[in-house]
Design a protein around this ligand. Structure first.
Ligand SMILES: [Zn+2]
Length: 272
């Protein structure tokens, strides 16, 4: 197992010579084997699928607010030539996402945890950061490596004459090990990176960065928001990190062309 993990890591490093890049804004080195064009194509396809199954909001004031916030975040984020789209989905789901290429959706269910436009900007900023930092492509690349290693392990066990049942258990263990040991920490890395970059985007867009802390505090303590919380782990660590980054974020806010503070309030009917 150790040998295989070693092989996996050296394969990663070898590929790093061609596939490694640095994330803009944090300078973290990441391995991405897919191209941005490919990721964006997948993003656009998935977006159409989601829009085809979910109900869109018809509330003009809310749509305008999400568009306004989204465009400001898009302008504050590095230019990747994304064709941004912003959609509001009428659903109790407490979630939001930005697919590769800038395809953003906000579910009305998440609005009940927000007081104002700046907190909406914190969430949209976080989601756009996932796309700008190409976390989707990075996860796909990790999947490719883990799959490749599993195929290698299977061949290795066969060559050693290991019984198929033992082999299956070993594979399952490797799968679980890979999930817990490799993919999850990366996922936490992605979350905290998206928090950091998203905070900078919202501040540059003219929204007071302290509102990000308030949102995650209230969202984290409210409990019972399954979807967003399972993909976006909350907690004291996240709030602590956002508090630590306030100094830099406030500098960006001070230099913003127009300062909006908290922006407008989220319409009361969504806060129930
Ligand atoms: Zn996230």
């Amino acid at each position: 197992m150790r040998v295989l993990l070693g092989l996996l890591l050296s394969a990663g490093l070898l590929l790093c010579s061609s596939g490694c890049r640095k994330v803009e804004g944090t300078d973290r080195r990441q391995l991405v084997l897919t191209t941005e064009g490919y990721e964006n194509k997948l993003g656009a396809q998935s977006y159409q699928e989601v829009l085809g199954t979910e109900k869109r909001s018809t509330d003009p004031a809310l749509i305008a607010m999400v568009e306004r916030v989204g465009k400001r975040i898009a302008a504050a984020a590095p230019d990747h030539g994304f064709k941004y789209e912003f959609t509001v989905l009428e659903s109790p789901t407490a979630n939001a996402f930005c697919l590769p290429g800038g395809k953003v959706a906000v579910y009305t269910g998440i609005l009940k945890y927000m007081e104002n436009e700046a907190q909406l900007a914190a969430v949209v900023g976080h989601e756009v950061a996932h796309a700008i930092a190409r976390h989707g492509g990075e996860r796909m690349s990790q999947g490719i490596l883990v799959q490749g290693a599993a195929v290698g392990l299977s061949a290795y066990l066969k060559s050693k004459g290991v019984e198929p049942t033992t082999q299956n258990i070993a594979l399952a263990a490797f799968g679980a090990g890979a999930q817990v040991g490799i993919l999850l920490p990366y996922s936490r890395t992605h979350e905290s990176e998206a928090d950091e970059l998203g905070l900078y985007y919202m501040a540059k867009a003219g929204y007071h960065p302290a509102e990000a802390v308030k949102f995650w505090q209230s969202f984290g303590s409210s409990g019972g928001q399954p979807e967003f919380i399972s993909t976006h782990p909350s907690g004291d660590t996240r709030v602590g990190q956002l508090q630590q980054l306030q100094g830099k974020a406030l500098m960006l806010y001070e230099n913003a062309k127009s300062k909006l503070g908290t922006g407008e309030a989220i319409p009361a009917r969504y806060r129930k």
